[in-house]
Design a protein around this ligand. Structure first.
Ligand code: GDP
Ligand code: ZN
Length: 304
């Protein structure tokens, strides 16, 4: 029997695919782990494998995680939290300058979920070829301190910068449908297809296993993570407290609000509102914050 280490790159029910120095191996959980909860081993986990004499491979242990991406269902408090992936380094949210229309409220939902999970964020504005003003859509995000990349999968603009942003990191690459996520990744890693396409092709080929999460190798030691659970990340629920901390550019001025517990909604002497009026904070970000807060407060008090 031999022990090796690896990274879980895919999971389908109780079956795991693990990348080791010796190649990709299929594994199951060792007996005792199966009894424990289903989210015990996540895509992104570093694990030790036991290679048994009869050829079976079992996951024995999960090594300490540096992060866990948690999903809170809207309104689902406490028990409504699921663990989606482990050891994620960053979330890259992609929008399109046009077609579909750039939607700051939607982009801000993704950045807020990343913040709630303690993940660094970068914003990509794709399809720059369709709008000469694409770069200006990034202004609120530069003000928030996020890296902003303007790209076109069609002309190749910004692809080098995107490559550098993804290299060496484990990235959740996400954003609304149709903005060009698959096209961008394909331009960088020919053959890398996100699940949307990959699964339907497999389904057509008559494969029945539903892969529930997948990490695609990117460059030397990077990965791009894609799980069905990540497709609708913009719909994940947030706690009111999380919303309050999800806008990093507010943190710099909130200490100047007249009230310590200012929610930046209708309180007098609000420094965040003043900063928005002065143009230091984007009005669209304040608007997103207020919508997310109202939503989170409604969900937190379903009886109200
Ligand atoms: P996804 O749903 O985010 O993965 O988006 P896709 O990669 O499937 O792209 C959706 C559509 O947008 C496709 O028709 C692509 O050809 C097109 N598209 C993607 N990137 C660009 C771009 O940079 N410029 C233009 N003009 N079209 C793009
Ligand atoms: Zn305030």
């Amino acid at each position: 029997m031999t022990r090796v280490e690896g990274v879980v790159v895919a999971r389908a029910g109780g079956a795991y695919r693990v990348r080791t120095d010796a190649g990709v191996r299929d594994a199951t959980l060792r007996g005792r782990m199966k009894q424990e909860d289903a989210d015990r081993v996540l895509v992104g986990d570093r694990v030790t494998l036991q290679l048994h004499d009869d050829g079976a491979i079992t996951i024995e242990d999960v090594l300490p995680r540096r992060s866990v991406l948690r999903r809170r269902n809207p309104g689902g408090r406490g028990r409504g939290v699921r663990h989606v992936a482990a050891n994620i380094d960053q979330l890259v949210v992609v929008g399109a300058a046009r077609d579909p229309v750039w939607d700051p409220q939607l982009i801000d939902r993704f950045t807020a979920v990343a913040e709630a999970n303690g993940l660094p964020v970068a914003v990509v504005i794709n399809k720059s070829d369709l709008d000469p003003d694409a770069g200006s859509m990034g202004t609120p995000y530069r003000a928030a301190g996020y890296p902003v990349l303007v790209t076109s999968a069609k002309t190749g603009e910004g692809l080098d910068a995107l490559q550098r942003q993804l290299e060496g990191h484990v990235t959740v690459f996400t954003g609304p449908t149709g903005v060009g996520k698959s096209s961008l990744l394909n331009a960088l890693v020919p053959g890398l297809t996100l699940r949307t396409g990959a699964v339907s092709r497999r389904a057509r080929a008559g494969r029945h296993t539903t892969v529930s999460a997948e990490m695609h190798p990117f460059g030397e030691d990077g990965y791009v993570v894609d799980t069905p659970g990540l497709r609708d990340i913009g719909l994940w629920g947030l706690e009111p407290l999380e919303v309050g901390q999800a806008f990093p550019e507010f943190q710099r001025v909130r200490g100047h609000c007249r009230f310590d517990n200012c929610r930046h909604v209708a309180e007098p002497g609000c420094a965040v509102v003043e900063a928005a009026v002065a143009g230091e904070i984007a009005a669209s970000r304040l608007e997103s914050y207020r919508r997310l807060l109202a939503e989170a407060e409604r969900a937190a008090r379903p009886w109200a």
